[in-house]
Design a protein around this ligand. Structure first.
Ligand SMILES: [Fe+2]
Ligand SMILES: [Fe+2]
Length: 294
């Protein structure tokens, strides 16, 4: 069945994009922060129906993220001819993605970005990393351009070669046409051994999109954080070593450094935006152009 023959709940099974992120917190609970308000709450509220929607979501993601699909989306979005916005307007645009299912507990998208960047700043990391935190999920605007959840969020993975069994729900790949396509289902598929991730097409989603948007504006370490922050089978599970080059191995530590700020910085108390605004205005001016192209 094609995705467009499905009902809207079948296309977008998650009540909100946060359900995927809450599931990540279940998968990778950080022992240091497990006792915080948010982590405890996430555990308490975590019920089977949420787990089922995450399963449904991954079934779609793993079935439809083919090499051909990725090439098509790259062509469609990497022209950046959809929209042009000032950075602050882009945050407002992103915030149109509201959580219908759970409006009182979850913070909006911008709060997650700001909490991530503030946690990075508090730990004294360089300003480019603070900005990386602030921008890292901007690619979720893909949902507002009509993309289904499975083409925006979820763990990312290489396409064009065999899927690792370290990817969450690996059994769902059996319905992906590439799984039985001999061009794509061998260990290396279309790639050369240790060709480097720069030569590897990742499943399409908000990571690649924001990386491409930011690639002329942030240092290499920050770009790795953006591009691979959802590539859990690599940065958490150590898969795909056979595709890496030495540069990727060097950069992995930066991706790992970023991940806890993304996963564990959620707090029910929003930062005081009035106090923070001058700092972030200057930060954005330092690194980014006046407008961003989407
Ligand atoms: Fe993300
Ligand atoms: Fe995030």
């Amino acid at each position: 069945m094609q995705p467009n023959q499905l009902s809207s709940k079948e296309i977008n099974p998650l009540g909100s994009l946060d359900e995927w992120e809450d599931d990540l917190l279940q998968r990778y609970p950080d022992p240091e922060t497990i006792a915080t308000a948010k982590a405890t709450e996430a555990y308490r509220n975590y019920e089977e129906p949420a787990r089922d929607t995450v399963r449904e979501f991954y079934k779609l993601n793993h079935t439809y993220q083919t090499y051909a699909f990725v090439c098509e989306k790259r062509e469609q979005y990497l022209a950046f001819d959809k929209k042009e916005m000032a950075v602050w307007d882009a945050f407002e645009f992103l915030n149109q993605l509201v959580d219908d299912s759970d409006p009182d507990t979850d913070l909006d998208q911008f709060q997650h970005l700001l909490q991530t960047s503030e946690a990075i700043r508090r730990d004294g990391h360089p300003d480019w990393m603070v900005l990386t935190g602030l921008m890292h999920d901007m690619g979720k605007v893909l949902c507002l351009f009509g993309e289904p959840q499975w083409a925006v969020v979820g763990d990312t993975f290489p396409v064009g070669c065999a899927y690792s069994d370290k990817i969450i729900y690996p059994e769902f790949f059996k319905d992906n046409p590439d799984f039985n396509d001999e061009r794509y289902n061998t260990k290396y598929g279309i790639y050369e051994p240790n060709c480097g991730l720069k030569n590897v097409h990742m499943s399409w989603g908000h990571d690649e999109y924001i990386y491409q948007m930011m690639k002329d504006h942030l240092p290499e370490e920050g770009l790795y954080m953006l591009r691979y922050h959802s590539f859990y089978s690599w940065h958490r599970e150590g898969a795909y070593d056979h595709l890496l080059d030495d540069h990727d191995r060097e950069m992995l530590k930066w991706v790992k450094l970023f991940n806890p700020y993304d996963l564990y910085s959620k707090s029910p108390e929003p930062p005081d935006w009035k106090v923070l605004k001058p700092y972030y205005t200057a930060l954005i001016e330092k690194f980014l152009p006046k407008t961003l192209k989407f």
